[in-house]
Design a protein around this ligand. Structure first.
Ligand code: ZN
Length: 389
C-alpha cells in the first residue's frame, strides 16, 4: 500500500497491525456463480433497483472509484484502470480466478455466511470455500426458514409446527440467526413474545394470503423470540439497504423496547450495518451489554468517506461491541473493498487519536484486533484457532 505523505510512525504501526489481522467477517453472502455482464455487474454495485439513465453509470460513485483504485491492481491492472478495461480483464481471468484473487487480497480469514437470499444465483458455501480457501460458518435467515415451511404446509397448525421443527433442525449448525424484519414489517415491532394462539391465528392469516413472502408481524416476532429464547446470537438488519425497506422504519432505535426485554435471555443482538444510524446503534451498544454493531455495507458504498461512519460508531459504543463485516453479496470485489476500506479507515480514525495524544499506540493496536477479530470470536463463541492462515 502506498504510504501517504506525512504519515506518522504511529500510523505505520497501526497500518501493520490492521493488515496483519485475518479478519472475521461476521456477516456476508456468497458470490455470483457466473461472471456478470456489465449491466449485471453495475446492478450488483448498488442497492438501487432502477438503473440510472444513460450515460450515467454505477462506476461514478464512491464505490466505483474505490473499486478501480483497490481492485484493479489485484487483477493485474494499474490503479484506477477504466471500468471497461477492468471488466475486460475480469472476463479474461474468469469469475473463479477473479474471486480467488480478490478474497486472497482481502485478508479475510473466516466468513459468517447468510445464504438465505437469492441463493440459486450464488456459489454454495462449500463451493465458496473451494474457490477462495476461506472457511464459512452458517448464519440462518429466520424468514427464509419460515418461507420453506410455508410451501410444505397445508394448515396453520401444520405451518407453526413445521416452522419450529425447521428452526430446531437448523440450530444444530447455526452460528447465528438473522432477521430481515426491517424489510418485511419495519423494526417498530411489539416487543413482547407472541402467545401460541396469536401465532396460530397469524399462520392462518398468512396461508390465506397465498403469498410465500412472510410479512406478518406476529410471525416475525415469533421467529425473533424463538431465536432469542435459545440464548444465541441474533443478527438484525438495520439502516440502509435496497428500496424494499423503508429507511425510517429501519432505524435501530425502534428496537430499544425489544432489546431491553431480551436482556434476561442471555442472547446477543448484532445490529447489522446501521448506516446512517451509526450513532443510534452506538447508543444501544452503550446502554445494553448484549448488543453489538457493525458498519459493514456502508463502508464499500461510502468509499473515501468510510472513516466518517467508523468514527461515529466508535463514539458511544463500547470498544468490545463493534465488529467487522463486509455484507458483500454477489461481487467478490465487495469483500476486498469492505476489508481494504475498513483497514484504511480504522487507521485513519485511531491514528488521529494517537497523534492527538488521547490514546496510546498499544491501546489502538489492541482495539484494531478486537474489532477485526476478537469481538466476533466472543460474540459468536467461535473457536477458530485452526483457521488462522
Ligand atoms: Zn446481508
Amino acid at each position: 500500500m502506498q504510504r501517504p505523505a506525512g504519515a506518522s510512525s504511529a500510523r505505520d504501526a497501526l497500518r501493520r497491525a490492521a493488515s496483519g489481522i485475518a479478519l472475521i467477517d461476521h456477516h456476508a453472502h456468497s458470490v455470483l456463480r457466473t461472471g456478470p455482464d456489465r449491466a449485471g455487474f453495475e446492478d450488483a454495485m448498488t442497492e438501487a433497483h432502477e438503473r440510472p439513465p444513460a450515460p450515467a453509470t454505477a462506476f461514478d460513485s464512491q464505490l466505483g472509484f474505490a473499486l478501480r483504485r483497490h481492485c484493479a491492481p489485484v487483477l493485474g491492472l494499474e490503479p484506477f484502470a477504466p471500468a471497461q478495461a477492468y471488466l475486460a480483464r475480469r472476463a479474461e481471468l474468469g469469475a473463479a480466478e477473479a474471486t480467488r484473487r480478490l478474497l486472497a487480497a482481502s485478508g479475510i480469514g473466516l466468513v459468517l455466511l447468510d445464504h438465505g437470499y437469492a441463493a440459486e444465483r450464488l456459489l454454495t458455501p462449500a463451493e465458496f470455500t473451494t474457490v477462495t480457501g476461506v472457511p464459512t460458518r452458517p448464519v440462518v435467515r429466520l424468514e427464509a426458514v419460515a418461507e420453506e415451511a410455508f410451501e410444505a404446509s397445508r394448515d396453520a397448525h401444520e405451518l407453526v409446527r413445521a416452522i419450529d421443527a425447521r428452526l430446531e433442525a437448523a440450530s444444530a449448525t447455526a452460528t447465528a440467526w438473522k432477521t430481515i424484519a426491517a424489510y418485511r414489517t419495519g423494526l417498530a415491532l411489539d416487543p413482547a413474545p407472541p402467545g401460541d394462539g396469536e401465532v396460530r391465528a397469524a399462520a392462518a392469516d398468512w396461508i390465506a394470503t397465498g403469498d410465500r413472502r412472510l410479512r406478518h408481524p406476529v410471525l416475525v416476532r415469533h421467529l425473533i423470540w424463538w431465536a432469542l429464547s435459545r440464548g444465541g446470537a441474533l443478527q438484525v438488519h438495520t439502516g440502509f439497504g435496497d428500496p424494499d425497506l423503508l429507511l425510517a422504519d429501519a432505524n435501530p432505535l425502534h428496537l430499544q423496547p425489544l432489546i431491553a426485554r431480551a436482556t434476561s435471555t442471555g442472547s446477543r443482538i448484532a445490529l447489522l450495518h446501521c448506516h446512517p444510524f451509526e450513532r443510534e446503534a452506538a447508543f444501544l451498544c452503550h446502554a445494553f451489554g448484549h448488543v453489538v454493531m457493525d458498519v459493514g455495507l456502508a463502508v464499500p458504498h461510502l468509499g473515501a468517506q468510510a472513516p466518517g461512519s467508523i468514527r461515529q460508531a466508535l463514539g458511544l459504543a463500547p470498544l468490545h461491541a463493534v465488529l467487522f463485516s463486509t455484507d458483500a453479496w454477489g461481487l467478490p470485489e465487495l469483500y476486498l473493498l469492505g476489508s481494504r476500506l475498513w483497514r484504511d479507515a480504522i487507521v485513519d480514525v485511531l491514528g488521529a487519536h494517537v497523534e492527538a495524544g488521547e490514546w496510546t499506540l498499544d491501546d489502538a493496536v489492541r482495539v484494531i484486533g478486537m474489532i477485526g477479530r476478537g469481538n466476533a470470536e466472543r460474540t459468536y463463541g467461535l473457536s477458530t484457532e485452526g483457521e488462522r492462515p
